[in-house]
Design a protein around this ligand. Structure first.
Ligand code: RB5
Length: 147
């Protein structure tokens, strides 16, 4: 998927990613995306697999073009999301990882850590994730092997 055809995005986090989720949701809405927020909706402690699973199911079912997922480090959320067939969730910490996860891995879920990634870096990763096309070619062969 090179462009997000329907401009729909699903977003989710646990409590540790909640603040960053709210910020990125505003950013997405300002960019014109229809954002489906699956929670969590506050700072109360919750379990990250519940939110990662809900988001991964929505992406795998084609309910949204892409997903943005957060927990404290991004690690637990990545592990949970990548258990779902058709989901390629990429934990990113910088512009380069956000670019390569699109160009080489055709990642359909951006994962960020609310406790480890500064808001400005997260915003940069998001914009790159949204704007960068998949290169295809030899990378398409490798991505096909993931299935
Ligand atoms: C929650 O305390 C924390 O464990 C969670 O957000 C995440 O970092 C797990 O990988």
């Amino acid at each position: 998927m090179d462009a997000i055809a329907d401009h729909s995005i699903v977003i989710a986090s646990d409590h540790a990613g909640f603040e960053l989720k709210e910020m990125l949701k505003q950013e997405l809405e300002a960019l014109g995306f229809a954002v489906n927020d699956l929670g969590t909706h506050g700072g109360e402690s919750v379990d990250y697999p519940d939110y990662a699973d809900a988001l991964a199911r929505a992406v795998a079912a084609g309910e949204a073009g892409r997903g943005v997922l957060l927990c404290g480090t991004g690690i637990g959320a990545s592990i949970a999301a990548n258990r779902h067939a058709g989901v390629r969730a990429a934990l990113c910490h910088d512009a380069e990882s956000a670019s390569v996860c699109r160009r080489h891995n055709d990642a359909n879920v951006l994962v960020l850590g609310g406790r480890v990634t500064a808001p400005e870096i997260a915003r940069e990763c998001l914009r790159i994730f949204l704007d960068t096309p998949f290169e295809g070619g030899r990378h398409a062969r490798r991505v096909a092997k993931l299935a």
